[in-house]
Design a protein around this ligand. Structure first.
Ligand code: DGJ
Length: 797
């Protein structure tokens, strides 16, 4: 095996150079003869360091008049023109510095120079409890560079995750001086690339509209992707992509950056007039200032970087492998996730033991495996004004407590899951009345409320102990096997008696990670799904504790295509909770077919969030077969490789899941808007074995009679008035089966499969697909031993 980290010049003959090699990615850095760490290469894999013809200073040239400064004995050495892995302030690099230091004497200048390096097998965990990616000597290797500037020591950690093609970077700063220094800025990583007209893609959003991708050219100056809400946020996910202008889903160069952190973050991209592109990521300096006392060290969160020359799908494949292999851990890593029913959208806060058990019984009959009780189970919680912070059960709703409910649910053959929101407290709660000082607040102001609640001060050990104790007791008493951990307000009044204000948010994150570790490490059987008003904290930090995250409170499948699609650039579908809910959507009022709601949720971890009692008999039958299908193909749905198709038409979305052996695939073809006078449609089924034979079948589903309006009279023996009673009765009991579609052909032929036509205003027969607005089809592709040349159509049954 080729060493994942190659070192050149370790004997001191030259400044050493380091080659971190993934299966398809190389990352090269070197120490200049002035001791700065220079970035040399991040891109296609190199067999050997010697492939880089010139490891000499890359960008040396004499500074233009008045433009820069250099060292008197080496006029061509000019920091502002170097591609650097680390930099400082006040020594001639005028780009954004990755570090700012305020020394006890007021000094601001920093200039870190290389001192030594070390190699380690596997990964090196953070000492202070920040989560980091995991790996062992088989799949990961770590380089540690030690740099020194006067009485500060800086260690740059680089871990290469070979198969995932990910380089993880973080830094540790140690104060070796006798006095404290203040650190208002300390990035996790910096890399200087040479610009090639790159464009930046960020995931922006809001509540119920998370992770909308936006792509724009990198503008000269500084572009920031930042969160200041205290969460990694639904506004700007920490994941950032840099792509060549012609990069699409399946071709072109793509760089990706993300952070293993759940709090305020920033990625800064600085494009200079001379075509250098600096990318930094780390804790957002807004509101941050850390005092590093003599002898103390500060560890940054881990930043992760990847590259692919195979377009965005190639890059996502790297990140997905990374998340599933090195971020998600414990017994739930790569383990099949249960199909759940959650009561939230069905009941909100209003339920009884009887109602819940009835829902659970019906859910069981549909094939559901896990029943989840959401918000509203504790005393005072008849709406969102009261009760958070207290863990006593509302005995009016649940006279036999959670244990009684859990026992009844389990007796049905279902697992029992529970919602908790342990980071917040309502002022109207026993906890707050007893400990008004346990919340984040300044001394001089009344704290602001968000969803009628305040944030518990997790920087305080006694608050952490309370949360760990209370939540643990509840989980054990009710035999809980799944937890939905919610957090529903953003941060304000950031202050605590435990530490200076600039440290509160980071110490809060450390406190949160400690609490999660203490609650869930001793209970590895519990599947944790984190949530923050939906996807307000969808990040690699939370994924180190919760294998899945509730992607959004928006369950409208059309909006979900954008949300799940956006998240999928960085996070695999196995991390995304995705539920089928009632139609019209409670968030958008859009009415969508049941099949489309399932087809979108099947591209994530499937759940239902509706009242089974309200379903018609025909809907029940449909859901039963949806769940049966999902269970049968669960491995493909949860862990199959995801491929997004380039969106050639704005109203079409096509997604594919492939199994590892290339023997089966699922393709979801979604029509977000019907158009008249359809052109012939071709389904692109990527990456099949060109020579092998496959069968493609549309997963059976049914169509609502109501959707045909008065047109149904062309088929019906009795007149059916649109909106009338007959239509409503028929609609509840009968659904029209969608046309049967089966196609066969070689992988090569199926890469462009011509589908039978859609209904186009006239006629409809056994060869006509009927989709309409928001219609969709799931195609199952299975490898055959042998098959005839391509045939197809709706008449093949
Ligand atoms: C916000 C979550 O995202 C919802 O799914 C639900 O759990 C509510 N909170 C409950 O208050």
């Amino acid at each position: 095996m080729v060493a994942p980290i190659q070192v050149l010049g370790a004997d001191g003959s030259t400044g050493p150079a380091f080659h971190l090699r993934g299966s398809d990615v190389s990352y090269v850095l070197r120490v200049t003869d002035h001791g700065h760490v220079e970035h040399v290469h991040f891109g296609a894999v190199l067999a050997d360091l010697t492939e880089l013809a010139d490891l000499q200073p890359l960008l040396r040239q004499h500074p233009a008049q008045n433009e820069g400064v250099n060292s008197p004995d080496d006029p061509s050495y000019w920091l502002d023109r170097q591609t650097l892995e680390w930099s400082g302030y006040g020594r001639g690099d005028y780009r954004l510095p990755p570090i700012e230091v305020r020394r006890h004497d007021g000094g601001l200048v920093t200039d870190f120079r290389f001192q030594s390096f070390a190699l380690r097998d596997g990964t090196v965990a953070c000492a202070d409890g920040l989560p980091t990616a995991i790996g062992d000597a088989e799949n990961a290797s770590t380089l540690i560079l030690t740099l020194v500037d006067a009485d500060l020591m800086l260690e740059l950690y680089y871990t290469v995750f070979v198969e995932a093609n990910v380089i993880a970077k973080r830094v540790v700063l140690t104060n070796t001086a006798a006095q404290a220094v203040r650190i208002p800025r300390l990035m996790s990583q910096q890399v200087d690339l040479i610009d090639r007209g790159y464009e930046v893609i960020t995931l922006n959003g809001a509540w119920i509209a998370e992770a909308h991708p936006h792509r724009s050219p990198v503008a000269p100056g500084i572009t920031l992707n930042s969160s200041t809400t205290g969460f990694s946020s639904n506004r700007h996910n920490p994941g950032v992509l840099l792509v060549a202008p012609d990069t699409g889903e399946n071709h072109g160069e793509a760089y990706g950056f993300n952070l293993v952190y759940s709090g305020n973050h920033v990625t800064a991209i600085e494009l200079t007039q001379r075509g250098l592109l600096r990318v930094q990521s780390g804790i957002n300096p807004v509101g941050f200032e850390w005092t590093l006392h003599a002898g103390e060290r500060f560890e940054t969160p881990q930043a992760v970087l990847s590259f692919s020359a195979q377009g965005l799908n190639g890059l996502s494949a790297n990140f997905h492998r990374f998340v599933e292999g090195h971020i998600v851990r414990g017994p739930w890593a790569r383990r099949a996730r249960p199909v759940l029913l959650n009561n939230w959208e069905a009941t909100n806060f209003t339920f009884t033991h009887r109602k819940l058990v009835k829902m659970a019984r019906q859910a069981k009959s549909l094939g559901v495996e896990l029943f989840v009780l959401d918000d509203g189970w504790f005393a005072g919680r008849s709406d969102d004004h009261a009760g958070l912070g207290d863990y006593s059960v509302d005995t009016d709703k649940l006279p036999r407590g959670l244990s009684g409910l859990s026992a009844d649910v389990r007796a049905l053959g279902l697992d029992f899951g529970l919602w908790v929101e342990p980071e917040s407290v309502n002022p109207d709660s026993e906890l707050y009345r007893a400990h008004p000082d346990w919340v984040l607040r300044t001394a001089e102001r009344e704290p602001l409320l968000g969803r009628h609640q305040l944030i518990l001060d997790l920087t305080r050990p006694e608050v952490r102990d309370y949360v760990v104790g209370q939540v643990g007791t509840v989980l054990d008493a009710a035999d809980v096997s799944y937890v939905k951990w919610d957090a529903n307000r953003t941060f304000a009044d950031i202050a605590s008696p435990t530490c200076p204000a600039g440290e509160v948010l980071h110490r809060y994150q450390l406190g949160l990670y400690e609490v999660l570790r203490r609650i869930f490490e001793p209970r590895p059987h519990i599947l944790l799904e984190s949530c923050a008003s939906g996807g307000n904290r969808f990040d690699l930090g939370m994924l180190c504790f919760s294998p899945q995250i509730w992607a959004s409170d928006c369950t409208d499948p059309i909006e979900r295509l954008t949300i799940q699609g956006g998240l999928s650039y960085f996070y695999p579908p196995s991390t995304m909770g995705a539920h089928v809910t009632a139609s019209p959507s409670e968030q958008t009022l859009r009415a969508t077919p049941l099949s489309t709601r399932f087809n979108v949720a099947a591209f994530g971890v499937l759940g239902y969030e509706l009242d089974p009692e309200e379903l018609s008999a025909s809907e029940r039958t449909e859901i039963r077969s949806q769940i049966a299908f999902y269970k049968q193909h669960r491995e493909l749905c949860q862990f199959g490789a995801l491929l997004r198709a380039d969106q050639v038409q704005p109203d079409r979305v096509t997604l594919t899941r492939l199994n590892a052996a290339g023997e089966s695939a699922l393709v979801g073809a979604f029509q977000t808007r019907a158009i008249a006078a359809q052109p012939p449609e071709q389904l692109e089924i990527p990456r099949l074995d060109p020579a092998a034979r496959y069968r493609v079948t549309a997963v059976p589903h049914t169509l609502e009679i109501r959707g045909f309006g008065r047109l149904i009279n062309r088929l019906s023996p009795v007149p059916i008035r649109d909106g009338g009673v007959v239509q409503s009765v028929v609609n509840r009991h009968y659904r029209m089966p969608a046309v049967v579609q089966e196609y066969r052909g070689s992988g090569a032929a199926l890469s462009r499969l011509r589908l039978i036509p859609q209904f186009d205003g006239t006629g409809a027969d056994a060869n006509t697909r009927i989709l309409g607005d928001f219609g969709s089809t799931l195609y199952l592709i299975e490898k055959l031993d042998s098959a005839p040349a391509i045939t197809g159509g709706g008449d093949e049954r």
